[in-house]
Design a protein around this ligand. Structure first.
Ligand code: BGC
Length: 782
């Protein structure tokens, strides 16, 4: 590295472009090609045409409690990265599911730091086994979205180290390639310039990878470098790069720090641009296996599930999420899912074909927020809007580019999209033919990062003047707030929808639109109740849409949509054999669950959702998950709920180390469904629980008549109740096995304010199948 001049070193500290670092070929430093994750490899163009494989969300992976499976899924993502020419993936996300309201909670593995850390470490190991690097994010306390670019997490040092940093520590121990610094502040300092955190990670843990800023999340030159930031992203440079030279020359940054930053970037670039090898595993089969492994069976009265084919003649599939499942949240990591992915409704119909009659009713509107824009292009082939790019804001002259886009949300990055978006004022026009299928009021929607108008057959319907530029541009794009207006159309009427978006010189632009046809809520509900009443069993699929979980916005409450709540009440009263499938990516209010005979929490299970659900319902596979988050009886029972920073921008982490179930247990509060709870279709007998030095030995027998799994869980009680180890055991019917579990030693050290301290030589543990079902005790050497 000494061969590099100071200017070359400085150039390495800022990106070259949206997803690439700077290369210095003469010094053997290649460019790193990065991409967003974690559910797959996101298109750098944020383009629905760049189809990629979609794995289960982190909450679903956490629910599997199966680190070997998580590593296999991450290796599959590594294979995708190789296919798409990516060296470093911005994943895993090991922030904590501290509050169920967190907008990105579906991207978090759990509310438990050990489960999060072991899952994150397994994911890191699996991805990196392919030669692709993991950039663990977001360091640290980016556990919420409200004002994420300004918010200050106020967290005590013990909680910071034992809860929020622990997952990063375990990922660092797994050899993670890099870390992405969070947008927020922690105890007053920006995460992108946090000397204290950087000292812990780089000095105490010996982490030798680069700290990379979250996209546009830098604030200064000297502050960033002195606080440990090594690479500013995206490029071109704003605060680092060439400006680093001036900072060193002015004496604001010591030359060694700049050299260290450049070395870290260069080392990562060399390491992750090296040879790669994709895994050979069958991706289709793995994605179905992983989806089922994360589904949590929380209730199953009278063994309603599985609905073995042949058991019922007429099955009603009801609910919006059967035909329009929620696969993922609305982040930049959104994967363009293959249009061929088999939806749950199709998979259920296929599985029961010939043995049961399946009827379907959505019951409520499947797209309550931004609906689709089903149009025919005015020019060009296929489905969707004709999108034309103009060099001038007044649309004068010929378009400089044109394409057909079949999506309701478009994003452009200057430098990535060179074919017609500019970093100066210009315009984009999207137009298509919409044909009404029903008589009545149609509601049109539009939103953008600039001034936007929507006209229907030349009639102006929405005219939204330029918004104030948001400080969190990435966030405002992903929030997708839209204006709307109604127009009456007759069935069969064809109208020209035209959207004109005028933008200024920003580096990121976005435009989104949709149209909702008339269908009376009462009629939809009545049809669903009718279908339920005439069926032998009901599969009711409720849940979210992809805009329920977005960047830069937290949710207001844990309740499911009121119309879905009404649907549950009505359908369960009409048919007592109802199994509810909750397609929700985080903890939710489930107080309605006693109305149904069965409840499965399916999270966002990835593209294997349909086939996996059909297999679980039919009993070909078991729902293998356990709750990675608590489902409380009421919102007030969650140790942390509100994510609204106070007037100073502070968000106090008052729950300290008592995050999630730890806090409920400390207060003696009984959850509705406890952390770790869930069951399969078989019955396990616990024959023996013993200690062997530092290990716990548990002997189990599958006493049921089908293959199944049990998750053995170990909890400490001192200084507070906490998970210290777990193992997933899969057994054939009638088989017995003894598993050996070594509790994680880091769970037996306490931060005393100055140092780590061990609370003694021996620790008493409770052992069982859920945090509220721990019939055994033992004592281990620590
Ligand atoms: C998100 C990161 C992501 C980055 C790049 C940011 O808005 O917070 O998680 O990796 O964008 O897409």
């Amino acid at each position: 590295m000494t061969a590099l001049t100071m200017a070359q070193q400085a150039s390495l500290t800022a990106g070259a472009a949206m997803w690439r670092s700077v290369a210095i070929p003469e010094a053997g430093v290649p460019s790193l090609h990065m991409s967003d994750g974690p559910m797959g490899i996101a298109s750098g163009r944020v383009d629905e045409r760049d189809v990629a494989r979609l794995s289960p969300c982190a909450t679903a992976l956490g629910a599997s409690f199966d680190v070997a499976l998580i590593a296999r899924v991450a290796a599959l993502v590594g294979g995708e990265a190789i296919r798409m020419g990516v060296d470093l993936v911005l994943a895993p996300n090991v922030n904590m599911a501290r509050s169920p309201l967190a907008g990105r909670a579906f991207e978090y593995f759990s509310e438990d730091p050990l489960l999060t850390g072991l899952a994150g470490a397994a994911w890191t190991r699996g991805l990196q086994s392919t030669g692709v690097g993991a950039c663990v994010k977001h360091l640290v306390c980016n556990d919420s979205e409200t004002d994420r670019d300004r918010m200050n997490a106020v967290v005590d040092e013990r909680a910071l180290r034992e809860v929020y940093l622990l997952p990063f520590e375990l990922c660092a121990g797994a050899g993670a390639g890099a870390m992405l610094t969070a947008y927020n502040r922690v105890n007053g300092d920006w995460c992108a310039e946090h000397g204290h955190i950087s000292t812990i990670v780089k000095q105490e843990w010996g982490f030798d990878g680069p700290f990379i800023s979250d996209w546009f999340g830098t604030h200064s030159t000297a502050g960033s470098l002195n606080g440990g930031l090594d690479l500013e992203m995206p490029g071109p440079a704003r605060f680092l790069g060439a400006k680093a030279v001036a900072a060193v020359e002015a004496g604001d940054v010591v030359a060694e720090r700049l050299t260290d930053a450049a070395e870290r970037v260069a080392r990562a670039a060399r390491r992750w641009s090296g040879p790669k090898s994709a895994p050979r595993e069958d991706a289709d089969a793995l994605l179905v296996e992983a989806a089922a492994a994360g589904m949590v069976l929380l209730r199953n009265e009278n063994d309603l599930l599985p609905i073995t084919p042949g058991r019922h003649r007429r099955i009603a599939v009801i609910g919006p999420n059967a035909a329009a499942p929620c696969y993922q949240g609305g982040t930049f990591a959104k994967i363009a899912l293959s249009p061929d992915a088999v939806r749950p409704l199709e998979a259920i119909m296929a599985r029961y074909a010939g043995v049961a009659e399946i009827v379907y009713e959505p019951g409520v509107d499947p797209q309550p927020r931004l609906p689709a824009m089903p149009v025919q292009p005015v020019r060009g082939e296929g489905q969707g809007m004709t999108v034309e790019y103009f060099a001038d804001g007044d649309l004068s002259g010929q378009p400089v580019g044109q394409e057909v886009r079949n999506t309701n949300s478009l994003v452009w990055f200057v430098g990535v999209h060179e074919q017609g978006v500019f970093d100066r004022p210009a315009a984009i026009r999207a137009s298509g033919w919409f044909t009404a299928t029903k008589d009545g009021a149609h509601r049109f929607y539009v939103g953008a990062t600039g001034a936007v108008t929507l006209t229907v057959d030349g009639q102006p319907l929405i005219d939204q003047p330029e918004r104030m530029a948001a400080s969190d541009v990435m966030g405002s794009l992903k929030r997708g707030d839209a204006e709307s207006a109604e127009m009456r159309l007759a069935a069969g009427q064809r109208v020209l929808v035209e959207v004109v978006f005028r933008y200024d010189g920003a580096r990121v632009h976005g435009l989104w639109y949709g149209v909702r046809g008339p269908d009376s809520a009462e009629a939809m509900l009545a049809r669903a109740v009718e279908a339920a009443a005439h069926a032998d069993a009901v599969i009711l699929m409720i849940g979210e849409t992809s805009d329920s979980s977005v960047e830069s916005k937290d949710r207001p409450d844990t309740a499911i949509a009121p119309e879905q709540r009404t649907l549950i009440d009505a359908v369960c009263s009409a048919n007592s054999n109802t199994a509810i499938i909750a397609n929700i990516g985080h903890a939710f209010d489930a107080t309605w669950s006693d109305k149904a005979a069965a409840l499965i929490s399916a999270w966002y299970p990835g593209e294997g959702f349909g086939p996996a659900l059909a297999a679980v319902l039919a009993g070909d596979a078991e729902p293998g998950g356990r709750l990675p988050v608590t489902l409380a009886r009421c919102e007030a029972d969650y140790p942390a709920l509100s994510l609204q920073p106070d007037g100073q921008g502070d968000l106090p982490y008052e729950d300290g180390v008592l995050i999630g179930y730890r806090g409920l247990q400390a207060r003696g509060t009984t959850p509705l469904y406890a952390f770790g709870a869930g069951r399969g279709y078989t019955r396990f007998e616990w024959l023996n629980v013993d200690a062997d030095g530092g290990d716990v030995l548990v002997t189990l027998r599958n006493g049921g008549d089908r293959v199944g799994s049990e998750v053995v869980q170990l909890y400490r009680h001192v200084p507070e109740f906490a998970l210290v180890g777990f193992a997933k055991v899969v057994l054939e019917p009638g088989r017995t096995r003894t598993v050996r579990i070594t509790p994680e030693p880091r769970l037996f050290r306490i931060w005393n304010g100055r140092d780590w301290e061990k609370p003694g030589q021996r620790a008493g543990l409770s052992v069982g199948r859920a945090s509220d079902d721990l019939p055994f005790t033992t004592e281990v050497t620590i």
